[in-house]
Design a protein around this ligand. Structure first.
Ligand code: KIV
Length: 275
């Protein structure tokens, strides 16, 4: 059965934990789709782990559409949530609706995600009114890295913690079906999770969120530029890949690859007629 924004939201009422992982391409999406994971995030983190940027600021609508459509071709049952990139919604409510629509029509997403709380509540309401499910994202919102002065835990002091609660209430009231809490103290994430009817999706927000999300390359050990404190490596795929590349190189150099079973045959008489 297809996971949808509705099944994702209802899971909270049923007391079920949910999982989300990022994916950016067809073959990874197929593997996730064959697993128990409930949702794929086509995150603008593709700017970091796929395109090699320092942050997500340079990611474009075209990047997101390109990767979202590839994921949609691979994942038939998993809920696909696609990030709205920097400046695709902040500029106006109109831009937000138009660009959310493009991610659905061209990127074949099932829902969109955007960053911000009170300040983007009006944008969320308009997108939801257009029939597009919205996942909100509050706390450490990477598109605002320049305003934050770096990737820092949010909500530690009283004013910042109160702002997080206000943002959480605002996105729920605006109609979001879920909200990502990134890099916030675990007790504050617990408080938000208990306060909201919609599920919280934690990343660096402790164990009491209704769901968790991780970046695929981080959890599989495929990205070593930096490893955030909140990541657990569930596999060391990076080492497996490097070993495989070395085995391939060695086999080519020592003449054991390609072997006879990898070769196409032809009639020897044809060869003998050539000059
Ligand atoms: O882009 C992304 O991968 C994200 C997660 C970190 C939640 O927004």
């Amino acid at each position: 059965m297809k996971n949808t924004a509705v099944t994702f939201r209802e899971a909270k009422q049923k007391g079920l934990r949910q999982t989300m992982v990022t994916a950016y391409d067809y073959s990874t999406a197929k593997l996730v789709d064959a697993s128990d994971i409930n949702a794929i995030l086509v995150g603008d983190s593709l700017g970091n782990v796929i395109l090699g940027y320092e942050d997500t600021v340079s990611v474009t609508m075209e990047d997101m559409i390109h990767h979202s459509a590839a994921v949609a071709r691979g994942a038939k049952n998993t809920l696909i949530v696609t990030d709205m990139p920097f400046m695709s919604y902040q500029t106006s409510v109109y831009d937000a609706v138009v660009n959310a629509g493009r991610l659905m029509k061209e990127g074949r997403a099932n829902a969109v995600k955007l960053e911000g709380g009170v300040k983007v509540a009006e944008h969320i309401r308009a997108i939801v009114d257009a029939g597009i499910p919205v996942c909100a994202h509050i706390g450490m919102t990477p598109q605002s890295v320049n305003a934050f002065g770096g990737f820092k835990v949010q909500g530690k002091g009283e004013a910042a913690a109160q702002q997080l609660l206000d943002d959480a209430r605002a996105v729920q009231e605006a109609g979001a079906f879920a909200v990502v809490l990134e890099c916030v103290p675990a007790p504050l994430a617990k408080r938000v999770t208990e306060m909201l009817d919609i599920p919280t999706i934690g990343i660096g927000a402790g164990p009491d969120c209704d769901a968790q999300v991780l970046v695929n390359q981080d959890m599989l050990g495929m990205f070593s530029d930096y490893v955030p404190k909140f990541v657990r490596r569930f596999a060391d795929v990076g080492t497996i890949m490097t070993n495989a590349y070395n085995d391939y190189h060695k086999a080519v150099c020592d003449g054991t690859f390609p072997a006879p079973e990898h070769c196409f045959k032809m009639d020897e008489t044809v060869l003998s007629k050539l000059y």
